[in-house]
Unconditional design. Structure first.
Lengths: 396, 190
């Protein structure tokens, strides 16, 4: 049950994550402190400097080093956090894979931004998608409150004995990172109960030496990777338990996705990130006019919640998958391709269309959200779409 | 659900983003739901800057730009002379809040009437020059004027929010300016 209602505060997305990290009692924060870094680590450095947070704040000379420092600190048993975006994440890429493959628990906030070129600093999911196959758990927030809550859930999930994997909390750059929204925080006391000091399963111990990040030749490499696959899938299985525990202290229940009237909808639109809210408002308007539309915003992108999504979508007559990223030369955006595969192997033969939108921060307006929902409805009525992929609003 | 959408205009360096930010904070403190978001581009002092605020009595799910605001606030005194350049998309019956002398607002008032806008003006420039001995501070004073004419939050709440954000002389100056602008803002076209 929800505890006594707590006071709502006004806070920026970046600050909300920093607050959650502070309340999570992290031991080590390592980051590269200039662009494309976020205000998240700026606030954290202030917390450490003024004594509000007893942690080591380490400035690295690059994101590659920042993440490497985090790996070392986590292996030493520390609770570890970092954050980055776009080019910074790209520079981390090598260590992103090392982190998950070495089964290193940590949390990273990613303020989703586009990758160069052209030079652009705005919102896109194109930065995290290259890390899709790394074995990290990837969570997506649709608003500031979720960004805050998911940070706690991320730590707990990451350190879960059956998981032992790094977790990313993704929030749309500027749209969420720089927006002020209301936030109902949990108390420090509840945070400490939910996240007591980390008890590492395996850590560097001179009395009991072990090898981390060992060499594995063809005779064993696949076994390591199989264990990574199993752990990533396990993360999906224990997630409801972790989210449920968080619900008990916060009163806010998280699931694999947010959904708005998707159960009985003829036409459903599926999306990642803050656009869920805009689509929800548009869907509410169309529902008032009797149009059976629904919206799903995926909270957990990796591991992919196949079973739960199939259950949710099994009665839909059409589906539009929206991607704020693209696989150039591929069949469409990454979420679309995943959903296509999911529907096919579960025997759901409904028309599916991909809408690629908002690259490089292009705004996706409420009237456009309505238009996409109507196209989805049209697909449901006719039993097909006229195209597979539409680059929304692009001047071709 | 009542949703109020506000667009702020000014120049880089004048604190347009802070004005919108403080409004959202004041509104949330009073128990409403609010959202503030800036518009980011190449940031240069003096370049036109926009910022946005949404206020509602219910949670705000929408996350996109504001194209048809209910209120346009222009904090720059020069830009305030030609509101027709910045009022695009303003709803019929919407409110304009300008940094303009009430004695010098005839032309703008005529234009506002013709377009069906309500017009509120305060000479924040003169007030700031007088109170600060030559400094031009517009964002908090214009926010204070906006709060008065649209009753979006109380002056008391604004003062609380200012005290969280500023301290010492800066706080004192902002309090003085906001009190005067709160008193002196005039509705020219109601």
């Amino acid at each position: 049950m929800a505890r006594q209602a707590q006071e709502r505060i006004a806070i920026m997305g970046d600050e909300a994550i920093a607050l959650a990290v502070k309340q999570s009692n992290v031991d080590v924060i390592a980051a590269y402190p200039i662009t494309p870094q976020t205000i998240i680590v700026e606030r954290l450095s202030e917390y450490v400097a003024n004594g509000e947070l007893d942690a080591a704040f380490i400035q690295a000379e690059s994101e590659h080093s920042a993440l490497s420092i985090c790996v070392g600190a986590s292996l030493a048993g520390a609770r570890v956090f970092t954050s980055t975006a776009s080019q910074g994440l790209a520079l981390m890429h090598e260590i992103v894979y090392a982190t998950s493959s070495m089964r290193v628990p940590m949390v990273m906030a990613i303020a989703n931004r586009s990758l160069n070129a052209p030079l652009n600093i705005h919102c896109e999911h194109g930065d995290v998608m290259p890390e899709r196959d790394s074995g990290w758990v990837h969570l997506f927030a649709t608003n500031v409150q979720e960004a805050y809550d998911l940070t706690f859930i991320a730590f707990k999930l990451s350190e879960h004995p059956d998981v032992q994997l790094p977790v990313s909390v993704n929030l749309d750059a500027f749209i969420l990172t720089h927006s002020v929204e209301p936030l109902t925080p949990i108390s420090d006391e509840d945070a400490s109960k939910f996240l007591p000091p980390r008890q590492p399963l395996y850590s560097i111990d001179f009395d009991s030496p072990a090898t981390f990040g060992t060499m594995a030749l063809p005779d064993t490499y696949m076994e390591f990777k199989y264990q990574l696959k199993e752990a990533a899938e396990k993360a999906g299985q224990v997630y409801p338990e972790v989210a449920g525990e968080y619900a008990r202290i916060s009163g806010r229940r998280y699931w694999y996705f947010n959904s708005y009237m998707a159960d009985d909808a003829d036409a459903v639109v599926l999306v990642l990130g803050s656009t869920y809210g805009t689509l929800k408002v548009a869907a509410r308007r169309l529902r008032e006019g009797g149009l059976k539309v629904g919206v799903v915003g995926l909270t957990m992108f990796r591991p992919f919640p196949e079973k739960q999504l199939v259950e949710l979508l099994k009665n839909a007559k059409s589906l539009i998958v929206m991607d704020r990223a693209y696989s150039y030369g591929g069949l469409g955006g990454p979420l679309y391709m995943e959903v296509l595969a999911m529907l096919y192997r579960n025997g759901l033969r409904i028309p599916v269309m991909n809408v690629v939108y908002g690259l490089g921060g292009r705004d996706f307006r409420l009237d456009e959200a309505e238009a996409v929902l109507k196209i989805a409805l049209d697909g449901a009525r006719r039993g097909r779409f006229d195209e597979h992929v539409r680059w929304w609003g692009v001047r071709a | 659900m009542v949703l109020i959408e506000i667009r702020w205009h000014g120049r880089g360096g004048q604190g347009v983003v802070t004005g919108s930010n403080l409004l959202a904070r004041a509104s949330i403190i009073e128990g409403n739901y609010a959202q503030h978001f800036p518009e980011f581009g190449p940031e240069r002092a003096g370049a036109p800057v926009r910022s946005y605020t949404r206020i509602s009595d219910e949670p705000i799910d929408i996350h996109c730009g504001i194209y048809e605001p209910d209120i346009v606030v222009i904090i720059d005194p020069v830009m305030s002379k030609t509101p027709e350049d910045y009022a695009y998309g303003l709803k019929k019956g919407g409110d304009l809040v300008l940094n303009l002398s009430p004695d010098n607002s005839e032309k703008v008032a005529k234009w506002a009437r013709e377009n069906g806008y309500r017009l509120h003006v305060v000479d924040a420039r003169k007030i700031s020059l007088e109170e600060t001995g030559g400094r031009e501070i517009y964002n908090v004073p214009m926010l204070s004027a906006l709060l008065r004419v649209k009753k979006l939050a109380s002056l008391e709440t604004l003062e609380k929010v200012l005290a969280e954000r500023f301290s010492g002389k800066v706080l004192e100056m902002n309090l003085k300016l906001s009190r005067r602008c709160y008193e002196e803002v005039k509705t020219i076209v109601g």
